[in-house]
Design a protein around this ligand. Structure first.
Ligand SMILES: Cc1cc2nc3c(=O)[nH]c(=O)nc-3n(C[C@H](O)[C@H](O)[C@H](O)COP(=O)(O)OP(=O)(O)OC[C@H]3O[C@@H](n4cnc5c(N)ncnc54)[C@H](O)[C@@H]3O)c2cc1C
Length: 540
């Protein structure tokens, strides 16, 4: 579908924490430092979560007026209230904003939801782009980047069984995600020379494409509890469904995913290293298919399914946010329609596994809190044959190795610093940029969608900056809206539109996108915020 994972993900709004971007800046330059990326997070965001909007201390870090709505809810599900209470009993502070950089705890996330519906980059940005220069070819499968004499000049793609070549005026921007971006680069001769040669591909650039694959590692802990633990009132829940279907209101119009963040140690109390994501699964849920989708083994899914016929299930996903382990993506063959080979590499570094006894025991301790104790919650230790007869900590490590899954946040296979530079340009190739999760040199401490949108916003500015400077030969950064007429722009021939008139015409600005052609220079803005218009015009 259009929009990639943003069109199907859980809509949790997270950004990572300042220390993540200190790391990026040390690898890829100051464009990626916390202060700068924060500006771009705030630029895309229209924060409406009242838990945050009404708190000036939190709002310092949030934006209003950006394209993507980030909303919240005060009407959380019964089970979420109970989990928050349980975490409080376990010593976690309840926090109103899971993105707040100065303290961490347990709380509900904000979500990219507008009027009860997903507000992804597709819906908030692409669907609203009213541009004559944007063309989308649906059902078109890119098979290769055409690189000639070290310059990317276009792409090869297949649509309706026909092969087309598309040539780029200026550059090719690759955004095929953490698995398919490296695949396309490798099919085009950009990758580890040994691997490419083993498949008979001519090497255009020898780069560690596909290496550095990593993701948050996730292991589920299981409890069972009496019926009624998760659901407060069936009738009330049916009413909520009716409210949603009628006018997109009620708690189903919002999402209330929550987590508890834990630091590595008390010496870094504001830097989360781990997260616990609890879920309550009512009796007779269609749990088995979800369990199998997670990649868990059939016997285990059947065992849990059978328990769910009698009890309610509580799962607590214990997640390692900053894994050291690395995997890789490789080509399976030179056939572009073959999926790449994905070696997750999870727990290839033993240190990652060492954290799990503490994490899983913390998850289990939910059973010992007031509410869950009153519901006779007890820990279920799934039968894993290879792990029998071990001490508890050894059992947890063994079981974690057997049951670990992806948290759907894979990154790093065309990383800044090794495959692309800080401007996201592929090293050693002209005219080729990568803009997606693959460029993250190290995973951030949180869900990855908003950081991908932030990367895209920065890329847009880098691209505008690059072309305006090189094509006019003049740095226009000092221009202001007040003196903005094209005649005042050095080296640009007289346009037929006075930009100042356009900018002052709010109706045009609010119509969401302006495209003005001044000889070859295009100015595109999708914002009505004065500061953004200033930036856009300055770059142009
Ligand atoms: C199930 C799930 C739940 C998630 N939940 C959350 C969440 O709640 N919050 C959060 O912040 N993050 C979440 N994420 C992660 C987040 O959605 C992703 O990190 C992010 O969307 C990745 O964006 P991307 O642009 O790098 O790649 P993608 O979203 O994967 O986009 C790549 C696009 O390229 C297209 N493509 C690939 N190859 C080709 C080709 N050869 N030709 C043409 N097109 C091609 C794909 O079809 C796709 O549209 C979740 C992810 C998943 C899978």
């Amino acid at each position: 579908m259009l929009g990639g994972s943003g069109s199907l993900n859980h809509m949790v709004y997270a950004r990572g924490f300042p220390s993540d971007y200190h790391e990026w800046a040390s690898i890829a330059g100051e464009t990626w430092n916390w202060t700068n990326v924060l500006k771009y997070f705030m630029k895309t965001e229209h924060m409406t979560d009242t838990n945050i909007v009404n708190n000036p201390e939190l709002m310092v870090y949030h934006g209003r007026g950006g394209a993507i709505e980030v909303s919240g809810t005060n009407e959380v599900m019964f089970s979420i209230k109970k989990f928050l209470q349980a975490f409080e009993e376990l010593g976690f502070k309840t926090v109103p904003d899971m993105t707040y950089p100065n303290s961490i705890g347990a709380g509900c996330f904000s979500h990219t939801i507008r009027n009860g519906e997903r507000d992804s980059s597709l819906r908030a940005l692409l669907n609203n782009a009213n541009s004559t220069s944007l063309h989308i070819l649906k059902d078109t499968f890119v098979t290769k980047i055409i690189i000639e004499n070290g310059t990317a000049i276009g792409i090869e793609a297949v649509k309706d069984d026909k092969t087309f070549l598309f040539y780029a005026d200026r550059e090719v921007i690759l955004s095929a995600g953490t698995f398919n971006t490296p695949k396309l680069l490798m099919l085009s001769g950009v990758g580890r020379s040994e691997h490419l040669r083993s498949l008979g591909i001519d090497v255009v650039a020898d780069l560690p494409v596909g290496s550095n694959l990593h993701d948050h590692a996730m292991v589920l802990a299981f409890l069972v509890a009496d019926n009624g633990t998760c659901v407060s009132d069936e009738a009330e829940n049916s009413m909520e469904a009716i409210k949603y279907l009628y006018d997109r209101t009620g708690f189903l119009a919002k999402a209330d995913n929550m987590a508890a963040y834990l630091p590595l140690s008390s010496s870094e109390p504001t830097v989360p290293e781990f997260a616990l994501y609890p879920t309550c699964i009512p009796q007779f849920s269609p749990f088995r298919s979800g369990c199998l989708t997670l990649g868990l083994n059939e016997d285990l899914c059947t065992e849990l399914h059978n328990l769910n016929q009698e009890y309610e299930l509580v799962t607590i996903a214990a997640v390692l946010l900053k894994p050291k382990s690395r995997g890789k993506v490789e080509l399976n063959s030179i056939n572009p329609f073959d999926d790449p080979l994905i070696y997750a590499g999870t727990f290839s570094e033993e240190q990652d596994l060492d954290h799990f006894p503490r994490l899983i025991k913390m998850a289990w301790s939910i059973a010992d809190t007031n509410y869950f104790r009153s519901k006779n919650a007890r820990v279920i230790k799934p039968w894993v044959e290879a792990c029998s007869n071990l001490t508890e900590s050894a059992w947890i490590k063994c079981m974690s190795r057997a049951m670990v899954t992806s948290a759907w946040h894979s990154v790093g296979t065309a990383a800044m610093g090794t495959v692309v530079d800080g401007d996201l340009k592929v090293l050693g190739i002209n005219g080729l940029r990568v803009v997606d999760a693959s460029v993250m040199p190290k995973i951030i401490r949180g869900n990855t969608n908003a950081p991908v949108v932030m990367i895209a916003e920065i890329a847009a500015d880098l691209i505008k900056e690059h072309y305006s400077v090189s094509r006019t030969g003049t740095n226009l950064n000092n221009m202001t809206i007040g003196n903005l007429t094209a005649s005042s722009m050095p080296n640009i021939s007289q346009p037929n539109i006075n930009l100042a008139d356009v900018i002052e015409n709010n109706d045009m600005i609010n119509s969401s996108l302006i495209e003005v052609e001044i000889t070859n220079v295009e100015i595109i803005t999708t914002t009505d915020r004065q500061s953004d218009i200033d930036d856009t015009v300055n770059v142009a």
